[in-house]
Write a protein that binds this ligand. Structure first.
Ligand code: BJW
Ligand code: ZN
Length: 248
């Protein structure tokens, strides 16, 4: 394994007291969850403005509910991959560690990650679009759509952040605070096209952090980083973050 990764990156990782990892859809691809913008990604088959925006939901709540229902159901039987596990193991032996994910799945949690911020919310946490009440029956378990709020009759929506919506309060603030003082930032499996998430690695680098991209293909985001590792999350992360490689 030695020689495969830059010595500078290995040293930086080994000496870091504070690490932030930012993950995107590519992180979960090897667990069987589709990404958004790859050739076989979700946005190659569906229009984001129809399925991932409030106007789209209001136009056809049943369609949007059924799309999220199938994704919620898929998640229940999906397992974390070796990349998720490697990140959880790194957290356990790093002084200060924060995971900032754009992913709405729970695979990081399933792998044992604890200090985690979901910038774009979570798929499983439904609420009423009008009064925010949490339904007793989740979308995933709802037999007949459209699923409506028992309190106000509004439609039940998934707890994710759609285009044009604000990220959860405090999420960006807490992420930015950790970025301000981290030694190393890894960005894994994101196209870096969605804001404000895409701005985070640049902020960290401007503050002096060493930044590394892990992706199966080069992105414009990676052009602005200190190192780029071409490879899949489930292959690269266990190799890169394993104690043996860092201590040899
Ligand atoms: C692998 C791999 C493997 C594959 N291993 N790698 C500034 C400039 C321009 C626009 C804006 C801006 N600021 C705000 C905007 C508007 C908008 C935006 O960014 N638009 C751009 C698309 C142009 N942003 C917003 O609207 C955000 N809100 C906001 O800004 O609020 C403030 C505001 C409010 C009101 C008015 C005005 C301002 C919210 C964005 C919410 C995004 N939501 C989604 C859907 C979530 C729900 C759902 O899941 O259905 O989040 S969109 C989708 O994209 C999802 C993802 O989290 C997000 C990012 O995608 P990601 O993770 O990067 O995936 P991909 O598919 O793009 O890339 C996968 C990568 O993995 C690829 O690079 C592969 O190569 C790689 N890969 N397999 C390693 N095995
Ligand atoms: Zn309601």
């Amino acid at each position: 394994m030695k020689g495969k990764y830059s010595n500078r990156t290995l040293k930086k990782l080994e000496n870091a007291a504070s690490i932030v990892i930012c993950t995107g859809a590519g992180m979960s691809a090897e667990s069987g969850i589709a990404t958004f913008r790859d050739a076989d990604g979700l946005w190659s088959r569906f229009r984001p403005e129809d399925l991932a925006s409030e106007p789209g939901f209001r136009r056809d709540p049943e369609l949007v509910q059924s799309w999220y229902q199938s994704r919620q159901r898929q998640l229940r039987s999906t397992q974390p991959n070796a990349g998720h596990v490697a990140i959880a193991e790194l957290e356990a032996r790093t002084e200060r560690f924060l995971l900032v994910t754009q992913n709405v799945d729970d695979l990081h949690e399933k792998a044992g990650s604890r200090n985690i911020i979901h910038l774009h919310g979570t798929l499983a946490e439904d609420r009423c679009i009008d009064c925010s009440t949490r339904p007793t029956t989740s979308l995933a378990d709802c037999a007949v759509l459209p699923h409506r709020c028992t309190k106000c009759d509004g439609y039940i929506r998934p707890g994710v952040v759609w285009f044009g919506e604000m990220l959860p309060e405090a999420a960006m603030e807490n992420a930015a605070a950790a970025l301000d003082q981290c030694d190393v930032l890894l960005s894994v499996g994101t196209s870096g096209l969605v804001y404000p998430a895409a701005a985070l690695p640049g902020l960290a680098r401007a503050r002096g952090a060493y930044t590394v991209e892990v992706n199966i293909e080069p992105t414009a985001l990676g052009d602005e980083m200190d190192d780029r590792i071409l490879g899949s999350a489930a292959t690269v992360l266990p190799e890169l973050l394993s104690t043996s490689i860092l201590h040899n």
